[in-house]
Design a protein around this ligand. Structure first.
Ligand code: URA
Length: 232
């Protein structure tokens, strides 16, 4: 929300008072005087007027989890343990997932309480590259490379998938980079060749790589560099 809106929504200030407070340098955001009413503030911003605290600002939290197979990518589920059950953190109800993985997919899952950050990360136009290691029942042939690069038509959504890069590692294993996240996308792409995916593991999202020190089920906070890497 814009800073001037945030202030004029408070009962003690009308719009004229807000303009005056801003130009006279009486408003501070995160400890710095802020004169620009258009400045975007969030639930994480500390906002003061004349050194009086109006909003303390919540701490933004960002985690990477090595999602194990068999744990569901949801915040609540009736039958299965959820990824949030794996976090030993206060107020997990505040957290949400920045992108999901299927029940039988493992690998990098990002969890945060910062909705703006996760939206940026997952919105289609960000075209963030996500790298998966795929293991299949049948051999993977060179033909797949061209087909995936051209894009596949998904009738249900009536769309053609964005160009995806495939690197064949061995007869039954490949690295696939997607720039979008359609429902069961990897499985459906290999399904085009009647080739069943028997192992799927996400290695990275943008510049954020799954930490190899994390065993399945383990997690750690993201570094500041990892958090800011997806704004580039
Ligand atoms: N594609 C899939 O089919 N499953 C996932 O979990 C992720 C991408």
């Amino acid at each position: 929300m814009r800073l001037d809106r945030f202030l004029s929504n408070l009962p003690q200030f009308n719009r004229q008072a807000v303009r005056h407070l801003l130009v006279s340098g009486q408003v501070a955001v995160d400890g710095e005087v802020m004169r620009d009413g258009l400045y975007e503030v969030t639930q994480f911003s500390r906002i003061e007027v004349d050194n009086q605290l109006l909003q303390a600002g919540k701490a933004a939290r960002y985690f990477m989890l090595h999602k194990p197979i068999g744990v569901v990518s949801a915040t609540a589920h009736e039958q299965h343990r959820t990824v949030l059950d794996l976090l030993d953190e206060p107020n997990t109800s505040d957290l949400h997932l920045a992108g999901r993985l299927d029940l039988n997919t493992s690998g990098l899952l990002l969890i945060t309480n910062d909705g703006q950050w996760s939206r940026r990360l997952t919105e289609p136009r960000s075209r963030l590259g996500k790298v998966y290691r795929v293991q299949t029942e049948q051999p993977i042939t060179a033909e797949y490379i061209d087909v995936f690069a051209r894009g596949l038509y998904f009738a249900y959504e009536n769309l053609t998938t964005l160009p995806a890069e495939l690197i064949i590692e061995s007869s039954h294993s490949a690295l696939l980079t997607l720039h979008e996240g359609r429902y069961h996308q990897v499985k459906r792409m290999f399904g085009h060749f009647q080739n069943k995916v028997i192992g799927l593991h996400r290695l990275s999202m943008g510049a954020i790589q799954l930490d190899l020190e994390l065993a399945p089920g383990q997690y750690r906070p993201l570094s500041a560099a990892e958090v800011s890497s997806c704004w580039g």
